[in-house]
Design a protein around this ligand. Structure first.
Ligand code: ADP
Ligand code: MG
Ligand code: MG
Length: 208
């Protein structure tokens, strides 16, 4: 996976987030402040522009630029969390020109650690961690089994999707939704949902 692959991933994220922005915002309207779709749409539009203006040469520098852009463009909780995760993923990849599945898995695990460290959420708290953590577990297992990248990324996307759906029955313990207490139960978490979209985008660029 080279710089073009990662650029294609972020481009696909921007497309899907734009397409799903009303859905994401509707989820956030139920248990938050109805801005998640717009936040991410603004952030990924900014990433598109930044990549067009800078053309980073390595996967690591590309992800780092994307992360910095998200932190800068998105004020909500999700901007700093996703942005810092992407930055640390970029750092984890160093200046390699191509990245294998094992390195990508390691980078995603670094992203997960970053989100957990900054946001303090664990699995079960009804956040993006509930989609990202099972995706990392599925990817790690696939690496250990020697599964091909396409199949591995497909399993990760499925795990993230299932993780996002599993947030419906959870009570939020982090972020704005936690203010609702038990009333947060019965709604899918917007951040877990966008994480599932981002991992589906990764699967889709690997397949195409
Ligand atoms: P805001 O809540 O500031 O309006 P967004 O609506 O863009 O920000 O993002 C909300 C999402 O951010 C939530 O659905 C949740 O998944 C995620 N989130 C919020 N707080 C945390 C946290 N402490 N740790 C991990 N994820 C969090
Ligand atoms: Mg919000
Ligand atoms: Mg907000």
């Amino acid at each position: 996976m080279d710089t073009r692959f990662f650029a294609a991933w972020l481009e696909e994220c921007a497309r899907v987030v734009h397409e799903q922005r009303e859905y994401l915002t509707r989820l956030d309207a139920a248990i938050g402040d109805a801005d998640h779709g717009n936040n991410l749409d603004r952030g990924f539009t900014g990433i598109r522009q930044a990549l067009a203006e800078n053309a980073p040469k390595t996967p690591g520098s590309l992800l780092a630029l994307a992360g910095t852009t998200l932190v800068r463009k998105v004020g909500g909780a999700s901007g700093p969390l996703y942005g810092s995760a992407l930055r640390q993923m970029g750092k984890a990849l160093g200046d390699a020109e191509t990245v294998g599945l094992a390195e990508l898995t390691g980078a995603l695990e670094t992203g997960l650690q970053t989100v957990r460290r900054l946001g303090g959420a664990e699995v079960g708290d009804k956040t993006m961690v509930d989609a990202l953590a099972p995706a990392c577990v599925a990817l790690r297992r696939a690496v250990e089994e020697g599964v091909k990248p396409q199949e591995a990324l497909s399993r990760a996307a499925d795990a993230a999707d299932k993780g996002a759906k599993d947030t419906v029955s959870m009570q939020a313990r982090k972020g704005r939704a936690s203010y609702l207490g038990p009333r947060s139960i019965g709604h899918q978490d917007p951040g877990a949902t966008s994480t599932a979209l981002i991992l589906a985008a990764l699967r889709d660029v690997a397949v195409s």
